[in-house]
Ligand binder design. Sequence first.
Ligand SMILES: Cc1cc2nc3c(=O)[nH]c(=O)nc-3n(C[C@H](O)[C@H](O)[C@H](O)COP(=O)(O)OP(=O)(O)OC[C@H]3O[C@@H](n4cnc5c(N)ncnc54)[C@H](O)[C@@H]3O)c2cc1C
Length: 329
Amino acid sequence: MSGPVLVFVEHAGGEADRVSLESLAFARGLAAALGGATVEALLVGGGSTALASSLAAHGVATVHVVDDARIEGAYAPGAWGAALAGLATARGAAVVLAPGSDRGAEVLAHAAARLGMPLAANVLSVTPGDSWHLTRQRWAGSLLEDATLDAPIRLMSVAPHAVAVDERAGAPAAAVAPFAPQVSEADLVVRVSGHEAPAAGAISLGDAKVVVGGGRGVGSAAAFSELEELAGLLGGAIGVSRAVTSNGWRPHAEQVGQTGLRIAPDLYIACGISGAIQHIVGCKAAKRILAINTDAESPIVSVADYAVIGDLHAVVPAISAEIRRRAAG
Ligand SMILES: Cc1cc2nc3c(=O)[nH]c(=O)nc-3n(C[C@H](O)[C@H](O)[C@H](O)COP(=O)(O)OP(=O)(O)OC[C@H]3O[C@@H](n4cnc5c(N)ncnc54)[C@H](O)[C@@H]3O)c2cc1C
């Protein structure tokens, strides 16, 4: 085994994110299976001593830090991918990993294209050998695939929660090395130009105990006021189907499903949502699902714990009125 296992690490507020730490644990296991390869990390910005030493506890020997004002403050997938590809080449990496997050997958895809290498996404486990055998998640985790990966540089994104975070005390400090990638103006064409902070006091969809979900059956952007009222009374958040975001009724940040957020509230109230598999993978971790739908044959009804067959424009305001009545009494 010659080159290191290189891991792209996402971070915010001076801390690596959880899926990146899981990816480092995955890297540590893989490096051991490869006979003691080293684990190295790429950070774009954020080369603080505290962050670098926190990565040492996760098995990282060297932290490469991109210090380039053009890209470190603003996410630019092409430029970040160029940096990862450039570092993989410079270090002679045998393996390049990224967290199986939206950003990790996007950066790794750019790096793979630049390196001209295949990429295996959402990997759960890998067994190196003459040919590398791996198991990966497909269809948002609804099926597992056994695959082989053969390439001079093996690129893999690590499925969230594939392995537990492995933090060990007493690790020697990681070396911190600046890395200056070659980034062209073309690499910077797509980049984040601003951030929108959630309204103060808003309950985040990912953390909400109750999510009131709205689908095409809600009928319009304005009609979401009925769902907002119910969510407000229950201390919950709004989640939506892709039909809703495609119609421009609500922002993509609220989309639940395969190409949206995976949620795990205590209660998911699915209003006017048919229950397509791509939606269900995003809400199946809910402890209870209540479906409100005019169609008793809708797939959501068969996966729900409770169902009200009726017009949501009558049912939702009636629930809100009952909650208010009981609260007053
Ligand atoms: C690759 C891929 C990724 C995708 N990712 C996602 C994803 O992340 N999230 C997602 O949601 N979808 C996703 N989709 C789309 C998905 O396949 C469905 O098209 C979508 O979920 C349908 O949204 P819906 O249930 O709101 O609409 P519909 O399927 O049109 O269902 C509307 C429902 O509302 C009911 N209804 C109508 N009027 C009323 C009323 N007045 N009161 C009560 N009920 C009423 C109807 O009976 C029906 O069940 C993806 C698709 C693909 C191909």
